[in-house]
Ligand binder design. Structure first.
Ligand SMILES: *Cc1c(COP(=O)(O)O)cnc(C)c1O
Length: 391
């Protein structure tokens, strides 16, 4: 069984490029050029230089001693929370803006729900001196005011999407419309391993620096390979990054989705538990939908996991049984976030706290080595922690 993209842009039954005809030239240009450009030694050198001096890579692999003692396993945290902008997302936006430059693009568009990808995009646009337009649902603009302010401070234009539910999928529609109208000078930076081929593969490759570093860091500790690797899954980019170099090895992969108020409560984002095959964002994958195929509004206490689908790689990892999928409720995630804060002095993003909650849900042996992708820091979630714990 292969867990890598095939030449047609599929992982098993999932993937492809289901796009309006008018978008075809843009996606085709990307598809024809992305591998050659991103493999070019000069590109690799510039990417690695920015990851090192701007993002702060390699991020540490930290042995969480007190957390390990509490939960009974050898738990290592891959500290993506220490990346510039506070999460893994910037690894991808740096890669894509360099690619956009090589393609001769001068204008960047993106869509964002929680605002995290918008901030990561606005950041690299500022660094590169490129025009930046971020589409965001009107409802999300109100909910995520601090991130809107960050984007504006970074010089980006935030354009409200006022159709439909005024959230992420409406912002996506606006971004696609923009790209159709500006096919020559504009690159569309997608923020996770979702979207039409080649985006899932492109984003996974940029994020794969995470598992490349983990491998080397474990080797320096005399560890050949971990027993388990855990990551939370919104679209799936931090998970794809930490799984990437372990896909073909005997390492158990654990993917954690948001169960919200309970898998069957009608308020969740547990796509593999309740989703079915469909097309979202130009890709054939698993997604949450009504019986007549309309995408249902997802829910999670963490804005970054609040997505109604998962990337096609993850749909394939689920269907093939390669990865173990676990759904974690809001409540369990909030407890795990507090637990890591108190035991290790690290306040995780609430997305990340879902991955950490697995230790209460599932037993590991004391000597098993478990690597968790600590995808982001919790500063952005302070208000949610304050409300939840009446701090
Ligand atoms: C956006 C985000 C996620 C979810 O996105 P993926 O593409 O699934 O990684 C997870 N953690 C943090 C901290 C995020 O900002």
């Amino acid at each position: 069984m292969s867990y890598h993209i095939n030449k047609d842009g599929y992982y098993g039954r999932f993937g492809g490029a289901f796009i309006p005809e008018m978008l075809y030239p843009n996606v085709q240009e990307l598809k024809e050029n992305y591998l050659e450009i991103t493999r070019d030694p000069a590109f690799v050198a510039e990417f690695e230089e920015l990851l090192s001096t701007y993002v702060g890579r390699p991020t540490p692999l930290y042995f969480a001693q007190r957390f390990s003692e509490r939960y009974g396993a050898q738990i290592y945290l891959k500290r993506e929370d220490l990346c510039h902008t506070g999460a893994h997302k910037v690894n991808n936006t740096i890669g894509q803006i360099l690619l956009a430059k090589k393609l001769g693009k001068t204008r960047i568009i993106a869509e964002t729900g929680a605002g995290q990808h918008g901030v990561a995009t606005a950041t690299v646009c500022a660094r590169m001196g490129m025009e930046c337009i971020v589409y965001m649902g009107e409802v999300d603009i109100k909910r995520q005011a601090p991130n809107v302010a960050r984007m504006k401070l970074l010089g980006a234009k935030v354009r409200p999407a006022s159709s439909g539910s005024k959230t992420l999928k409406d912002a996506t529609n606006e971004a696609i419309r923009d790209w159709i109208n500006n096919p020559v000078d504009t690159h569309y930076i997608i923020g996770s391993v979702v979207g039409p081929h080649p985006y899932p593969d492109l984003v996974a490759r940029f994020q794969s620096v995470i598992s490349k570093e983990v491998k080397e860091q474990l080797k320096n500790l005399g560890v050949n390979k971990p027993d388990h690797v855990i990551a939370c899954v919104g679209g799936g980019s931090n998970a794809a990054g930490i799984y990437y170099h372990y896909l073909d090895e005997d390492v158990n992969l654990i993917a954690v989705e948001a169960a919200g108020k309970g898998i069957s409560s009608g308020h969740s984002a547990a796509t593999t538990a309740i989703g079915k095959m469909g097309i979202i964002h130009g890709s054939k994958t698993l997604l949450m939908q009504t019986s007549d195929g309309q995408i249902t509004e997802p829910y999670s206490i963490s804005a970054g996991l609040d997505y109604p689908g998962i990337g096609p790689l993850h749909a394939h990892l689920f269907e093939s049984g390669r990865a173990e999928f676990i759904a974690i409720t809001d409540e369990a995630a909030m407890q795990a976030g507090k637990s890591l804060s108190e035991l290790e002095g690290i306040i995780p993003a609430i997305e990340t706290a879902h991955a950490l909650a697995v230790f209460k849900e599932r037993k590991f042996d004391n000597d098993e080595i478990v690597v968790v992708n600590l995808s982001g820091r919790g500063d952005k979630d302070l208000q949610t922690y304050m409300d939840y714990y009446s701090l």
